[in-house]
Design a binder for this molecule. Structure first.
Ligand code: PXG
Length: 454
């Protein structure tokens, strides 16, 4: 056995003996052990056996600038020497958090000039839940407590995050959702549109919001929360009619709109925020991931000025985390935003690389296993089906998981959500790397089809 293999086996053993992994099938993990990722550069990862892998998921949707950006390392090192930790509680603050709050609001939609920092997207959505209920209480409307969210939306893994999310397999563990969170259907035409056209289905799905507001009672509804494009749910891009209809409904009722921008934020759609892409005017935005390119954990909530006025007058807000606005994370966030701006990375996504990625991805639509290819910006989804015309799936064979495993073995990370293959590469991916991604994806679709039919 080579040194590499011996070391890999030792790490795999540590996994079984000492580590409880997030979102993993423990039985399977114990049998096979995890793939050990040891280093990364640009859009590529290397595992402990020396295999080079194109990271089509930017980590978990977060490594916007790609791996190995020395400026982010330097920003962290400098801040660690200067002030490695202090908090923002009890009338103190520090420069990186204050400057980052300003830098975020400089690129946020108009009229949103304040940020509450958290350590993650989940903590961001816990903050949202408490903030919107606090807001309505201050406005003299304490009954407005219910949050409306969507089936198969993803809003994190804390108690509030998982409750707001619409993942039933998460709700089943831990008696969720908590009271005061209700769900409406998602705008997933390919999976659930039936005989409706995408446009008809988009209107229908949006109308479910109004139906739910009337059912719960406007006086009891605090907010509607949604991802502009559902990420973890399977890169679900709503039909063109969906957001306009939702906006129409929101305008009729006195409820807040929360855009969960944890995935869409900081350039993934080719705009700063998914809300910019769809012309949404959210009252609150949850942010994380791309804020620091994932180099260090950080999240937050950007809040509309009209809400801030009420909250400012309301005295104490009894909420916060030890690591809210952590100075090292904030310094990395500032440097990350500087690079996104100065290198015009989002402009390049919009005008060059996203159109190229989308064009190349759609070439896969001719593959016999592919029922639909959709995408927007640096997001893509490939639906695996048995019959193209009827959108019928393979049953029982785990086509998505098969394909995902072929990808891994052939040097590509492409995630499977059921039988939907998804990608979200780093925003800095080049044309040549997009070619590599698409040709590896095609090869793995071939391998999957052979395995399914063989
Ligand atoms: N909102 C959205 C829209 C997210 O995608 C969160 C909130 C929670 O963020 P934190 O930082 O608490 O994880 C997320 C996170 C997946 C996957 O399998 C997606 C996420 C996290 C882990 C796995 O696609 N998204």
């Amino acid at each position: 056995m080579s040194d590499n293999s011996a070391q890999t086996q030792a790490w795999k053993a540590l996994s079984g003996e000492h580590h409880l992994a997030p979102f993993s099938d423990y039985k399977q993990l114990k049998e096979k052990g995890p793939r050990i990722i040891t280093k990364a550069q640009g859009v590529h990862l290397w595992d402990s056996e020396g295999q080079q892998i194109l990271d089509g998921m930017a980590g978990l949707w977060c490594v916007a600038l790609g791996y190995g950006r020395e400026e982010l390392v330097q920003a962290a090192a400098h801040q660690m020497r200067e002030l490695p930790y202090y908090n923002l509680f009890f009338q103190t603050a520090h420069p990186p958090a204050l400057e980052l709050a300003k830098a975020i609001t400089d690129v946020a939609p108009a009229g949103m000039s304040h940020v509450f920092f958290t350590g993650s997207g989940s903590e961001g959505n816990d903050t949202v839940l408490r903030l919107v209920r606090h807001y309505w209480a201050l406005k003299g409307k304490p009954t407005k407590k219910t949050l409306i969210s969507r089936v198969n939306g993803y809003h994190g893994s804390t108690v509030a995050g998982a409750s707001l999310g619409g993942m039933t397999y998460m709700h089943e563990q831990g008696d969720l959702p908590i009271p005061g969170v209700v769900h409406i259907p998602q705008p997933y035409w390919f999976g659930e549109g039936g005989d409706m056209s995408p446009d008809e289905f988009g209107v229908w799905a949006a109308e479910q919001l109004e139906k739910k507001i009337l059912e719960v009672g406007e006086d009891n509804v605090a907010a509607f929360i949604a991802e502009p494009i559902q990420g973890a749910g399977g890169v679900i891009i709503p039909p063109a009619t969906y957001w306009p209809k939702i906006k129409e409904i929101l305008a009729r009722y006195e409820i807040l709109f929360v855009a969960d921008e944890v995935i869409c934020g900081f350039g993934r759609t080719g705009e700063w925020f998914g809300s910019d892409y769809y012309g949404l005017a959210p009252d609150l935005m949850t942010i994380a991931k791309g804020l620091t390119s994932g180099y260090i954990p950080m999240g937050g909530v950007v809040v509309r000025d009209t809400l801030v006025q009420v909250i400012h007058d309301g005295g104490d807000f009894n909420h916060g985390f030890t690591y809210s606005g952590h100075p090292v994370a904030a310094a990395v966030g500032l440097e990350n935003l500087r690079i996104l701006r100065e290198e015009k990375i989002i402009e390049r996504v919009r005008s060059e690389t996203a159109p190229y990625l989308q064009m190349r991805l759609r070439e896969l639509a001719d593959h016999p296993l592919v029922g639909e290819v959709r995408g927007l910006g640096m997001l893509g989804a490939i639906e695996l089906v048995k019959h193209k015309s009827t959108r019928e799936r393979y049953t029982g064979q785990g086509a998505g998981m098969l394909c995902r495993n072929f990808c891994f073995d052939n040097g590509l990370i492409m995630r499977a959500v059921g039988d939907t293959m998804i990608i979200a590469p780093p925003l800095v991916i080049t044309h040549a790397e997009i070619d590599e991604l698409v040709s590896k994806a095609r090869k793995c679709l071939d391998l999957t089809l052979n395995a399914l039919n063989g």
